[in-house]
Design a protein around this ligand. Structure first.
Ligand code: LMR
Length: 347
């Protein structure tokens, strides 16, 4: 009897190391990403056109890192910057086809699809970035986002680039009349074209990634953009004059292909939505800081002549652009304009 107890005990001791090894392997399995099959991993391809050190480029990287960390590597967001995968219009087509799952285009570039969105492009539509954020989260902003859903797109976040400034090679722009006759690059938006028609300039819709070459070749003589874009793509090295006009907003909707979004589990959607919310707050601050820093650098380099519009001058410009608001109203109604924060509280 005693002998058989000893044998059982001995066998038990022999088995313990194998049990421990087996348990530890089971426990480790989910964190070993190499072991996850294609079906178990979720890859989201995110294409955008700007440089890495811009408010959009940095936020894209932060978003990808946070999602990787919070999903233990199960969700991978592959970021393709600088238009390496798709250029301006191509990226939207690729998203609509489902070839990629996420883009963050300038809202202006969505206006061929949803022209009502060009309310964001109206000159001096917003007095501050806070007003842009308020409008985007308002009922009017939600209605605009719903229009995107009709095209199988869902906007989950707004990222800022900031307010646009004007650079050119012909003359200092101190008054809107100084824009007369200048060939200006704009993004793909009819309202932006109207803005330049009103001042007798010649707007040309050109892809972001070819602006530098077009300036260099002299196809265009000026352009409007935020300081982070103007510096990251070195536009200012080809231009003599810069006007700090803050005349228009440039920002991005984070757009998922809606079919893809709806195919995700509730948990994944929640993780992505919450993370995007956090990144958005961080991104807004970053965009402001980076634009301030770039202005300081441009001032210090003394490589371009800068003119700052005063508050009175901005008011004059805004008034002069009134026909652009009429153009918008004639084509798309006055609902969105009426709901701009600058008009909403005026009795
Ligand atoms: C532009 O085309 O000027 C911008 O939309 C680029 C960007 O994405 O910021």
């Amino acid at each position: 009897m005693r002998d058989s107890i000893k044998v059982i005990l001995f066998c038990f001791l022999l088995v313990i190391p194998f049990l421990t090894l087996a348990c530890s392997q089971i426990k480790d399995y989910p964190t070993d990403l190499e072991q996850l099959s294609e079906d178990e991993r979720l890859v989201i391809r995110f294409s955008h056109v700007v440089g890495e050190d811009t408010p959009k480029g940095m936020a894209a990287r932060k978003f990808a890192e946070l999602i990787k960390e919070r999903s233990n590597g199960r969700i991978e967001i592959q970021v393709f910057s600088n238009g390496t995968l798709y250029k301006d219009v191509e990226e939207l087509d690729a998203l609509l086809r489902g070839d990629i799952q996420l883009i963050a285009p300038a809202i202006s570039k969505l206006t061929d699809l949803v022209p009502e969105l060009s309310v964001y492009d109206l000159p001096y539509a917003f007095n501050s970035l806070e007003e842009v954020h308020e409008f985007t989260e308002s009922e009017a902003g939600n209605r605009l986002k719903d229009l995107l859903k009709m095209h199988n797109l869902i906007a989950l976040s707004l990222w800022d680039s900031g307010f646009k400034q004007i650079s050119n090679d012909i003359r200092p722009i101190e008054h809107y009349q100084d824009l007369k006759g200048i060939r200006m690059r704009i993004m793909q938006s009819d309202i932006l074209a109207q803005q330049y028609y009103i001042v007798d300039a010649f707007p040309r819709k050109i892809d972001f990634n070819t602006v530098f070459q077009s300036l260099k070749k002299g196809d265009i003589e000026g352009q409007e953009n935020t300081l982070t874009n103007i510096t990251s793509k070195n536009f200012y090295s080809l231009q003599k004059y810069l006007t700090i006009s803050n005349h228009g907003y440039l920002g991005y909707f984070l757009l998922f292909n809606l079919d893809f979004w709806e195919s995700l589990s509730d948990e994944d959607r929640e993780l992505i939505t919450e993370t995007l919310h956090e990144v958005q707050e961080w991104q807004w601050q970053l965009a402001e800081d980076l634009n301030d820093r770039r202005l300081q650098e441009i001032e210090e380099c003394q490589c371009i002549q800068i003119y700052y519009l005063s508050e009175e001058e901005k008011k004059e410009w805004e008034e002069h652009f009134t026909p652009v608001y009429h153009y918008y109203t004639q084509h798309y109604g006055d609902y969105y304009i009426q709901n701009l924060p600058k008009y909403k509280y005026v009795k």
